[in-house]
Design a protein around this ligand. Structure first.
Ligand code: SD4
Length: 325
């Protein structure tokens, strides 16, 4: 899937400069997403347009875990979660959306044309269709069919840590299908534009083989995404239930408000999760990413293996996040 050069995977030692515009996004798949967002940011476009463009790009790919080609729930149905938030604290979200390709744009439409924040399930689909989004067939991609058939043999629901890191152990690695391992992946991206405004977006098909109706952190404002234009923005990836429990990205932004760097703010939010149950935390992964108003970025994860992608005027690379355990 990737056209990335080796240099982008070099995981350089990283000390974040403050530079804007800047976009950061989850996992190594964020490199291509950032490139789309950068077309807008580098021509003085808005962070809001940039994050939507980046999310739309990955929603069209044959990606395991974003968009309609993502893996289904345990009933064989792909359901999408997405949200978007701008510099005015406007936000919109959809959850459990079926048969609509661009969940991120439906979320933006919810934000811009309704008095609501979150639409779910059939109502979200109805809203999308009424607003001109084409209804797709809902047929699984070939990859998804294969993964689902494999998973059905065991019906084992067990998140695989760092499965999102595709270059190392993702769904296209041979062992994935053999194991029928549970896969999850999410694209969360946050950007600061040349007008000094922050926005963010998240799009995902959620945890593969989840219970039908399960909603993760991704479309939940304050969990999978939070933007406060006075302070900074944060997004998350990993086991959504753990992020929701601590209102993860809202917490990260509040830690930045208290004067913490983006990295320290992410670390403190990770510590909050781990301190609840350290033994359990060893079995799961959550990573946070953050940008502050200066354009400094940072990340932290529960365990090794969480990476993110950054693009600004001088950097275009995948960076290893520090980790707690
Ligand atoms: C979820 N947070 O649905 C998402 C999954 C994820 O990388 O981020 N995977 O819980």
């Amino acid at each position: 899937m990737s056209s990335l050069g080796l240099s982008s995977l070099a995981f350089p030692a990283f000390s974040p400069p403050a530079e804007k515009p800047v976009v950061i996004s989850t996992w190594d798949s964020g490199m291509e997403v950032n490139a789309e967002a950068w077309k807008i940011l580098s021509t003085n476009g808005t962070a809001l347009d940039a994050v939507e463009a980046g999310a739309r790009y990955i929603e069209t790919l044959n990606d395991c875990c974003v968009g309609l080609k993502g893996y289904p729930d345990r009933d064989g149905i792909v359901t999408l979660d997405a949200c978007i938030m701008d510099q005015h604290s406007n936000c919109g979200a959809v959850a459990g959306l079926e048969k609509i390709k661009h969940a991120i744009s439906v979320a933006r439409k919810v934000m811009q044309s309704t008095p609501h924040v979150l639409l779910v399930g059939a109502g979200a689909q109805q809203f999308a269709v009424e607003n001109g989004f084409p209804l797709e067939s809902g047929e699984l991609s070939e990859d998804a069919k294969r993964a689902y058939a494999t998973w059905l043999k065991s019906s084992r629901y067990e998140p695989v840590i760092n499965i999102e890191n595709k270059k190392q152990n993702g769904p296209f690695a041979p062992s994935f299908f053999e194991d029928g391992a549970l896969n999850h992946d999410t694209m969360g991206l946050i950007a600061l534009d040349s007008s000094n405004n922050l926005s963010g977006g998240v799009t995902t098909s959620g945890m593969a083989f989840k219970l039908h109706g399960r909603v993760g952190d991704s479309p939940v404002i304050g969990a999978g995404l939070f933007v406060d234009n006075e302070v900074g923005a944060a997004t998350s990836s990993g086991l959504g239930e753990e992020v929701i429990r601590i209102c993860g990205t809202h917490l990260v932004v509040e830690f930045m408000r208290q004067g913490n760097s983006p990295e320290m703010a992410c670390k403190k939010a990770i510590q909050r999760i781990v301190s609840r149950d350290r033994q359990k935390a060893k079995t799961l992964q959550v990573g946070f990413l953050a940008i502050n108003k200066k354009g400094q970025v940072g990340a932290y994860a529960i365990q090794e293996g969480f990476v993110y992608s950054i693009k600004n005027g001088t950097q275009n690379e995948v960076v290893k996040a520090k980790f707690l355990i």
